[in-house]
Design a protein around this ligand. Structure first.
Ligand code: CU
Length: 81
Protein backbone atom coordinates (compact mmCIF):
# COMPACT_ATOMS: atom_id res chain seq x y z
CA UNK A 1 0.00 0.00 0.00
CA UNK A 2 1.51 3.26 -1.10
CA UNK A 3 -0.43 6.15 0.39
CA UNK A 4 1.54 8.65 -1.67
CA UNK A 5 -0.71 8.15 -4.69
CA UNK A 6 -3.97 9.20 -3.11
CA UNK A 7 -2.16 11.98 -1.28
CA UNK A 8 -0.87 13.37 -4.57
CA UNK A 9 -4.30 12.93 -6.14
CA UNK A 10 -5.88 14.76 -3.21
CA UNK A 11 -3.34 17.58 -3.36
CA UNK A 12 -3.77 18.13 -7.06
CA UNK A 13 -7.46 17.45 -7.70
CA UNK A 14 -9.08 20.17 -5.60
CA UNK A 15 -6.68 23.03 -6.39
CA UNK A 16 -6.91 22.18 -10.10
CA UNK A 17 -10.66 22.65 -9.92
CA UNK A 18 -10.33 25.75 -7.75
CA UNK A 19 -8.07 27.34 -10.34
CA UNK A 20 -10.40 26.35 -13.15
CA UNK A 21 -13.13 28.83 -12.21
CA UNK A 22 -10.99 31.99 -12.55
CA UNK A 23 -9.73 30.70 -15.92
CA UNK A 24 -13.33 30.19 -17.05
CA UNK A 25 -14.36 33.61 -15.72
CA UNK A 26 -11.46 35.26 -17.57
CA UNK A 27 -12.43 33.51 -20.81
CA UNK A 28 -16.01 34.71 -20.38
CA UNK A 29 -14.87 38.27 -19.58
CA UNK A 30 -12.54 38.28 -22.58
CA UNK A 31 -15.34 37.01 -24.84
CA UNK A 32 -17.75 39.63 -23.46
CA UNK A 33 -15.13 42.35 -24.03
CA UNK A 34 -14.97 41.50 -27.73
CA UNK A 35 -18.71 42.12 -28.10
CA UNK A 36 -20.10 38.68 -28.94
CA UNK A 37 -22.88 38.32 -31.49
CA UNK A 38 -25.55 37.40 -28.98
CA UNK A 39 -29.05 38.67 -28.38
CA UNK A 40 -29.70 40.91 -25.37
CA UNK A 41 -31.40 37.97 -23.63
CA UNK A 42 -28.43 35.69 -24.23
CA UNK A 43 -25.99 38.34 -23.02
CA UNK A 44 -28.04 38.83 -19.87
CA UNK A 45 -28.03 35.07 -19.29
CA UNK A 46 -24.26 34.88 -19.79
CA UNK A 47 -23.75 37.67 -17.26
CA UNK A 48 -26.09 36.01 -14.78
CA UNK A 49 -24.29 32.67 -15.13
CA UNK A 50 -20.92 34.43 -14.85
CA UNK A 51 -21.94 36.15 -11.60
CA UNK A 52 -23.43 32.92 -10.27
CA UNK A 53 -20.20 31.08 -11.08
CA UNK A 54 -18.14 33.64 -9.19
CA UNK A 55 -20.42 33.40 -6.16
CA UNK A 56 -20.18 29.59 -6.18
CA UNK A 57 -16.39 29.78 -6.58
CA UNK A 58 -16.06 32.12 -3.60
CA UNK A 59 -18.28 29.75 -1.60
CA UNK A 60 -15.83 26.94 -2.37
CA UNK A 61 -18.35 25.11 -4.54
CA UNK A 62 -15.96 24.78 -7.44
CA UNK A 63 -17.62 21.92 -9.30
CA UNK A 64 -20.94 23.78 -9.38
CA UNK A 65 -19.07 26.92 -10.41
CA UNK A 66 -17.31 25.12 -13.28
CA UNK A 67 -20.65 23.65 -14.40
CA UNK A 68 -22.37 27.05 -14.27
CA UNK A 69 -19.54 28.81 -16.08
CA UNK A 70 -19.56 26.04 -18.70
CA UNK A 71 -23.15 27.01 -19.57
CA UNK A 72 -22.08 30.63 -20.03
CA UNK A 73 -19.16 29.48 -22.17
CA UNK A 74 -21.46 27.31 -24.27
CA UNK A 75 -23.67 30.35 -24.93
CA UNK A 76 -20.61 32.31 -25.98
CA UNK A 77 -19.40 29.44 -28.15
CA UNK A 78 -16.18 28.97 -26.18
CA UNK A 79 -14.87 25.43 -26.32
CA UNK A 80 -14.42 23.59 -23.06
CA UNK A 81 -10.85 23.14 -21.89
CU1 CU B 1 -13.60 27.73 -7.97
Amino acid sequence: MKPAYWLIALLFSTPALAFHCPVDMKQIDDALATGPALSAEQLAEVKTLRAEGETLHKAGRHQESVDTLAKAKALLGIDKI
